[in-house]
Design a protein around this ligand. Structure first.
Ligand code: ZN
Length: 237
């Protein structure tokens, strides 16, 4: 029986949905994020705002929501040259991966999350990785997650469960999942306070939230929200 979880929580739509999912299921939930000198610190600021709004608007969850961990991972920016950590344009590279790919990022995140989970005695690690709708990052794949679950469980001699609620659903279904666990109030919170845009744009407000409206992350978020609205699912929450 699992009762406690550590959520990889970046302050974006996906990880906020995962946090709500965990708060809905588990008795004790903590959050973790990594500062690897992202081009924009907007995400790191957004996550604190989201946490505060969850505490304010969802008292039944506030009681379960424990410590927030922010780990300094400047070393990741030092070893990788990507569009997320440098002022370079977004592009596809010859290997078919976008230049936003930070090699090994999720592997490092999960390893450090497991170390924190070990110390905090948390059983489940929840992450918003997704194979369905994203850029084909190899460290987001289901097989990678299963391999990490095994490696971390063996290497730390503790039975971890890595849970990936978004693995097989698209962005429209991610909005729908948020509506299922937190109702219209959670959808509104995600629209207003989570941050996804690669360019760090908090000036332009769309129906789906803030962003430049043109980068790949905005494009996915906008299309997902449009699909969610078109499905009519929002009318029943
Ligand atoms: Zn954008």
């Amino acid at each position: 029986m699992h009762t406690s979880a550590l959520v990889l929580f970046s302050g974006g739509q996906d990880s906020t949905t995962c946090l709500a999912y965990a708060l809905d299921r588990y008795e004790r939930v903590e959050t973790i994020a990594f500062d690897y000198r992202q081009r924009h610190s907007v995400e790191l600021e957004a996550r604190l705002v989201v946490l505060q709004n969850i505490r304010d608007q969802f008292p039944q969850w506030a009681a379960k929501l424990g410590e927030d961990h922010l780990l300094d991972l400047a070393v990741l920016g030092a070893v990788s040259e990507t569009a997320l950590t440098r002022e370079t344009a977004f592009a596809m590279e010859s290997g078919g991966l976008p230049n936003t790919f930070v090699p090994g990022r999720n592997l490092l995140f999960l390893t450090l999350a497991a170390a924190v989970a070990y110390r905090r005695d948390l059983q489940v690690i929840v992450t918003g990785v997704c194979e369905t709708d994203f850029s084909g990052y190899p460290d987001c794949r289901d097989d990678t997650m299963k391999a990490m679950q095994l490696a971390l469980s063996l290497g730390m001699d503790k039975r971890y469960l890595i849970e990936t609620p978004l693995m097989w659903i698209d962005k429209a279904a991610t909005w729908h999942l948020a509506a299922q666990v937190g109702g219209a109030a959670l959808v509104d919170l995600i629209v207003e306070h989570t941050h996804t845009c690669y360019l760090g744009d908090r000036q332009h407000r769309h129906a789906w939230g803030y962003g430049c409206g043109a980068c790949p992350a905005c494009d996915l978020r906008a299309k997902g929200y449009a699909g969610y609205i078109a499905s009519g699912a929002h009318q029943s929450v």
